[in-house]
Write a protein that binds this ligand. Structure first.
Ligand code: F7E
Length: 343
C-alpha cells in the first residue's frame, strides 16, 4: 500500500487530493498547523476524515517536518502548504517567502535525509508567468509581478529544478492555473462572487464590491487538477507540467456566468471605479472598490496544457460554465438551508 504525506491538507486542494488518493488505496497523512481554527472543515466526508492521519507541524519548522516524514514514511509527498493569497502577499512579503520558498527548502532537505528515493510534488503556479503573453506553457518565460509569484518561482528554480539536476531527486512542479470549487477559500474572487450573489438572491445581503473586472484567468475545477498531481508522480522520470483548461475568462465573465446560473439578471453601467451592476429592479448589487485592486496585476493567463494531455493522458472534465454553476448552486443551497434553520 502506498503512503502519501500532504502538506496543506486542510486547504481546497489538500482535501480533494486526500479523497482522491484514498480512492486509489493510499494511506494518507496530512501535515497541519496547530493554529488552524476548524482544521478539517473542508474534508466534509467524515469517513474520509477518519482515514487521514493528522500530524501537527508546519513548513517553518524543520523538526516538525522531519518528524512527519519519519512517522509517515511516505513514498510520495505533495507540498500544497503555502501563503497562497496573491493580494495578501504584497502585505506580507517576508512571510510569503518564508513559507513558499524556504518552506520547500526545509521539506526537500528533510525528505532527502530520510529517503532520497521519495517522490515530491511541488505546487507551482501560473502566477510565475506574470506578465508573459498568453498562451503560457512549460517553455514560456517567467515574469512574476507579486511576492507570491516571485517566491514560488525561486522555489521552482532552486529546489525543483536545482535538486532534480544536482541531487537526482524525483521532484515535479505542477504549473497549475487557477483552480476552483465549492471548497475554494472565501477570499478568492470566484468564491467571493458565488457566495455574495447567492446571499443577495436570498435577500441575506444587499451588495458586494470587487476590484479589477478585466483580469483574465484560466479557471479549472480543483477536483480535476489533483488527478494531474498524482499522475506526475507516477512517471518514469520527474518533469514539470502546465495544468490548465485552455479557456480564459475575465472576472466580469465570471460574475455574468454566476448570475446566469442563479437566474439573476444584471445590467452594468458607469466606468472604472464608478461602474456598478444593478439587478432587474434597478438596485445596485455590485460596486467597484480601489482596495480590491492589487499594486501590480497579472492581466491575462491562458494555459497550454498540451504536454500534460499527451504525456500524462490528463484532461479536465469540468468546463467553465459547469464550474461556475457547481459553485453558485452549492452556495445557494448552503445559505438557503442555513437561513431555513435559523428562521
Ligand atoms: O484573483 C481579481 C484579482 O485572488 C483572481 C491563487 O490560488 O490562483 C490564485 O491566484 C483575479 C485577480 O486568484 C477581486 O485582481 C478582482 O486578477 O481569485 P484570485 P489569483 O490571484 O489569480 C493562482 C494560480 C495561485 O497560485 C494562487 O495561489 O481576480 N479580483 N476583484 C479580485 N480578487 C480577489 N481575491 N478579490 C476581489 O475582490
Amino acid at each position: 500500500m502506498k503512503r502519501a504525506l500532504i502538506t496543506g491538507i486542510t486547504g481546497q486542494d489538500g482535501s480533494y487530493l486526500a479523497e482522491y488518493l484514498l480512492t486509489k488505496g493510499y494511506q494518507v497523512w496530512g501535515l497541519m498547523r496547530r493554529t488552524s481554527l476548524d482544521p478539517l472543515l473542508r474534508i466534509n466526508d467524515l469517513t474520509v476524515t477518519r482515514r487521514i492521519n493528522i500530524l501537527y507541524g508546519n513548513l517553518r519548522d524543520s523538526a516538525s517536518i522531519q518528524r512527519a516524514i519519519e512517522e509517515s514514511q511516505p513514498n510520495e509527498i505533495y507540498n500544497l502548504a503555502a501563503q497562497s493569497d496573491v493580494g495578501i502577499s504584497f502585505k506580507v512579503p517576508e512571510e510569503t517567502m518564508e513559507v513558499n520558498y524556504y518552506g520547500l527548502g526545509r521539506l526537500v532537505n528533510e525528505a532527502m535525509k530520510i529517503n532520497s528515493q521519495v517522490r515530491i510534488y511541488q505546487a507551482s503556479t501560473s502566477e510565475m508567468f506574470g506578465k508573459t503573453k498568453p498562451p503560457q506553457n512549460e517553455n514560456s518565460h517567467f515574469a512574476p509581478v507579486s511576492p507570491y509569484g516571485e517566491a514560488k518561482l525561486k522555489a521552482h528554480e532552486d529546489f525543483v529544478k536545482g535538486y532534480r539536476n544536482t541531487h537526482g531527486l524525483y521532484i515535479c512542479s505542477g504549473l497549475l492555473f487557477n483552480h476552483e470549487s465549492p471548497k475554494r477559500g472565501e477570499h478568492f474572487v470566484t468564491r467571493k462572487i458565488t457566495i455574495s450573489l447567492a446571499k443577495i438572491k436570498l435577500g441575506l445581503q444587499d451588495s458586494f464590491a470587487l476590484g479589477n473586472l478585466e483580469a483574465k484567468r484560466d479557471w479549472g475545477y480543483a477536483g480535476d487538477y489533483v488527478r494531474a498531481m498524482h499522475l506526475m508522480l507516477q512517471q518514469d522520470s520527474p518533469d514539470d507540467y502546465v495544468i490548465a483548461t485552455g479557456e480564459s475568462r475575465s472576472v466580469r465573465d465570471f460574475v455574468e456566468a454566476a448570475c446566469r446560473a442563479l437566474d439573476m439578471k444584471i445590467t452594468w453601467s458607469g466606468k472604472g471605479l464608478d461602474e456598478v451592476a444593478k439587478d432587474k429592479d434597478g438596485k445596485t448589487i455590485l460596486t467597484i472598490r480601489k482596495e480590491f485592486y492589487r499594486p501590480a496585476e497579472v492581466d491575462y493567463l491562458l494555459g497550454d496544457s498540451t504536454k500534460a494531455r499527451e504525456k500524462l493522458g490528463w484532461k479536465p472534465e469540468v468546463d467553465f460554465n459547469g464550474l461556475v454553476a457547481m459553485m453558485a448552486k452549492s452556495d445557494l443551497d448552503f445559505f438557503r438551508k442555513e437561513n431555513h434553520t435559523r428562521g
